[in-house]
Design a protein around this ligand. Structure first.
Ligand SMILES: Nc1nc2c(ncn2[C@@H]2O[C@H](COP(=O)(O)OP(=O)(O)OP(=O)(O)O)[C@@H](O)[C@H]2O)c(=O)[nH]1
Length: 311
């Protein structure tokens, strides 16, 4: 067990505690803008909230017409903008310890004075560490939602999106379908050609599926050789067509190296969200349909039965 040393009370502890109490009162009620900005920024890791706070506080000392921020985080553009802009701009590249954390621009109809520019720099100097933390938090969240092998969203991302989509489907009576696609006899591919070839086929499969889908559709790596596709505004018949197109794309994806040519087929299970159904129940129905596609010979699509019937 870890030994915790006994800490003796120092004689001046009451004074220290009183000083702490006073510092706390000053900290929480301080009219000092930098203290207030620091305190407010420390309450959130959301980059959007931080930029809103920054804009609010900055506007109290340097009025502006628009604040814009842009940064590319984890391969995605993050853009934030308030107001309508103006011809004069004060633009800052946010750099800290050799890394870049976006570009922040203030726009105004009236020219900025030197004093105002100095003031903005002080505010940015105060905000840059929290902004760096928020950028890194977004990047970490993105990594946690991404499959390392294929670079597409992973099962965690699917679970989150399915829960949100079930909710949306119930609230707005919108039609969402889910496809589970599983490569056929993939174990044999690994056994015959090795795991590295198997990995490459999984990457190629993900790429060709992505190319086949609409921008509004989302693809996930659900498990080892299993993918999921979420289709908004899509009923089961249309989803079956998409599933068949995906299977065709997979079949046409051939791995080639030297004399080796490896192709795979895929089976699909489709389910369309039913009112009141949980994400888990929805996913289970797609999985049952996939199981039927496998059992009935593979390289085919099966649709989960709904109230109006299925096949
Ligand atoms: N190369 C590679 N193989 C994987 C990965 N994840 C899972 N697999 C393999 O995928 C195979 C899945 O095998 P099974 O579950 O028996 O399924 P199957 O051989 O595709 O057969 P059916 O699904 O019934 O058609 C196993 O050999 C796993 O090792 C991966 O990331 N890379």
């Amino acid at each position: 067990m870890k030994h915790t040393p006994f800490v003796s009370k120092s004689a001046d502890q009451p004074q220290k505690l009183a000083a702490l109490k006073q510092a706390w009162q000053e900290w929480t009620t301080s009219p000092d803008i930098l203290a207030r900005l620091t305190r407010r920024l420390s309450t959130t890791l959301s980059l959007e909230n931080q930029l809103t706070i920054f804009a609010e506080e900055a506007a109290t000392v340097v009025p502006f017409d628009s604040l814009q921020y842009r940064h590319r985080i984890a391969k995605q553009d993050f853009v934030f903008s308030t107001g309508l802009g103006g011809p004069h701009r004060a633009e800052y590249r946010l750099n800290l310890e050799g890394a870049h954390f976006g570009t922040l621009t203030l726009l105004r109809r009236k020219r900025f004075t030197e004093e105002e520019l100095g003031g903005i720099e002080m505010l940015i100097g105060t905000a840059i560490c929290p902004i760096r933390n928020a950028c890194q938090f977004i990047a970490l969240e993105q990594t946690a939602r991404t499959d390392a092998l294929t670079g597409i969203p992973n099962k965690r991302a699917l679970d989150e999106d399915l829960a949100r989509t079930s909710h949306l489907s119930d609230r707005h009576q919108e039609t969402y379908s889910l496809i589970l696609l599983d490569l056929d006899h993939f174990k044999a591919v690994n056994d015959i050609h090795g795991h590295l070839v198997g990995d490459q086929i999984l990457r190629l499969t993900a790429e060709s599926m992505e190319r086949t889908l609409r921008v509004s559709d989302s693809i996930f790596r659900f498990g080892g050789e299993e993918f999921a596709v979420l289709l908004p505004h899509t009923a089961s018949n249309e989803a079956r067509e998409v599933a068949d197109r995906l299977r065709e794309a997979v079949t046409n994806t051939i791995f080639e190296r030297g004399d080796i040519r490896v192709g795979v087929t895929a089976s699909c299970g489709v389910s369309t969200h039913m009112q009141g159904e949980s994400a888990e129940q929805w996913l289970t129905r797609a999985d049952e349909a996939l199981y039927r596609a496998k059992r009935e010979g593979r390289n085919q699509t099966r649709i989960s039965a709904t109230i109006s019937g299925g096949q």
